[in-house]
Design a protein. Structure first.
Ligand code: FAD
Length: 393
């Protein structure tokens, strides 16, 4: 592995650092203080658009996609770490086609890309999209979802409920994972575009969260929601056996090292705050304090290397399933350890609940939950190590 960060990436990281300090962290602290997501009309979102963010990677009809640059995944991971350093909740709150964009790019028809990604080419206002898999009875076991889709002439009717879906109430459209037959498991799953305002979609309930308060995690119902045939992602012809489930899992696989990088970023912020606190309070002469700081730094560096290794393999189109899952399992744990060690160092100050490390301590927990919990990642790695298939079938 080459450890040199190209100068173009270093410049981009420096830009993110400035932006993070000036805009991202203040927005995150504001949301945390208010205990509520940043409102849709928050000036932060407008400034994202002014910076050219919130857009799709899709080039538009008849335009060729820019060839992906060498090292693109590692670059993404370095940026994901730096952004999360400033505020991971604000990053997820930021406008854009978000999690489902990859699925629409890889699986969508030309018409679907135009209709659903087109408005993100030059967004006239902050716009969001989101991906809804999790249900009250189906989290880790995503194959167990119960939201059903049934055909009705040239339409589909969706019925069910989703929970903890990021940015759902403000999304222009939600890519909803549903099943044609709950008894048939993964092969019967399909993804549907459901536009905001479609009758039967809602009500939206923003959930209470311990951290990452800047973005909304929302539950909603789908009460006999009617969508046209053209809203089935990729169209029926694209669905071979089990492709429906694989589509969703493709999103998750790509995301795991990014979540790992986020966890490292949050942990690194805790480390910097811990060092600053120790200096300010004349604690650096205490070997117990230095020991905590050393543990945080060493473990974070280790997690970062495993994470970058997962990205390095992806950039070479080499299988990275073990490294991707390992990086998430490890980094989420290390991020939690780092923030916990930071809390120990704060002592009573941490208990007051108004120090940044205390916020980071609450924020980082979700890195162990989203897109496959730590246990699930470890199960995936273990199955690979003994030669069993990734999923239970
Ligand atoms: C902040 C936040 C944001 C989220 N955003 C989204 C989103 O945008 N879209 C979306 O679809 N979902 C989202 N989710 C949901 C998330 O993906 C689920 O919470 C996650 O998959 C875990 O599911 P669960 O909470 O139902 O836990 P469960 O699956 O019930 O698991 C509970 C515990 O049991 C363990 N466990 C479960 N199965 C096994 C097993 N087979 N072996 C060993 N241990 C096991 C788990 O590791 C966990 O510790 C979000 C969740 C959070 C907290």
């Amino acid at each position: 592995m080459d450890f040199e960060v190209p100068s173009e990436v270093r410049e981009r990281l420096a830009d993110v650092r400035e932006w993070g300090k000036a805009a991202v962290r203040p927005a995150g602290l504001e949301a945390d203080r208010n205990g509520a997501p940043l409102p849709v009309d928050h000036p932060y979102f407008v400034s994202c658009l002014e910076r050219g963010e919130g857009c799709t990677r899709w080039p538009g009809i008849g335009r060729k996609a820019r060839p992906s640059q060498p090292g693109a995944t590692v670059r993404t991971l370095l940026l994901a770490e730096e952004l999360a350093y400033w505020d991971r909740g604000v990053i997820i709150a930021s406008p854009g086609p978000g999690l489902p964009e990859g699925n629409v790019l890889s699986m969508g028809t030309d018409e679907q890309r135009e209709r659903f990604l087109g408005p993100f080419l030059e967004p006239d206002r902050p716009r969001w999209a989101c991906f809804a898999m999790t249900e009250p009875g189906a989290g880790s076991d995503a194959a167990a979802i119960r939201t059903v889709a049934r055909r009705d002439g040239s339409h589909w009717i969706l019925h069910g409920a989703k929970c903890f879906i990021g940015n759902a109430s403000r999304a222009d459209w939600i890519l909803v994972q549903a099943t044609l037959d709950p008894e048939k498991g993964r092969s019967a799953q399909r993804a549907f575009f459901v536009e905001n305002g479609t009758p039967g979609l809602g009500p939206f309930k923003i959930e209470k969260k311990m951290g990452l308060k800047a973005y909304e995690s929302t539950s909603f119902g789908l009460e006999e929601v009617r969508v046209p045939d053209s809203h089935l992602l990729g169209g029926e012809a694209r669905y071979e056996r089990s492709a429906g489930f694989k589509t969703a899992m493709a999103t998750f696989n790509a995301g795991r090292p990014v979540i790992a990088a986020n966890a490292v970023g949050i942990g690194r912020a805790a480390l910097d705050e811990a060092v600053a606190f120790a200096r300010e309070h004349d604690r650096v002469e205490d070997p117990r304090v230095r020991d905590r700081i050393e543990t945080m730094a060493r473990r974070l560096k280790l997690a970062r290397l495993v994470c970058l290794r997962a990205g390095w393999l992806a950039d070479r189109q080499r299988a990275n399933i073990v490294e991707a899952s390992m990086s998430k399992a490890l980094a989420a744990q290390v991020g939690q350890e780092a923030t916990a060690l930071g809390m120990e160092l704060l002592g009573l100050v941490g208990g007051r609940g108004d120090h940044l490390i205390e916020k980071l301590y609450r924020d980082v927990k979700a890195m162990d939950i989203v897109e496959g919990t730590g246990q699930i990642q470890r199960m995936i790695v273990a199955r690979q190590l003994v030669g069993l298939p990734r999923d239970r079938g």
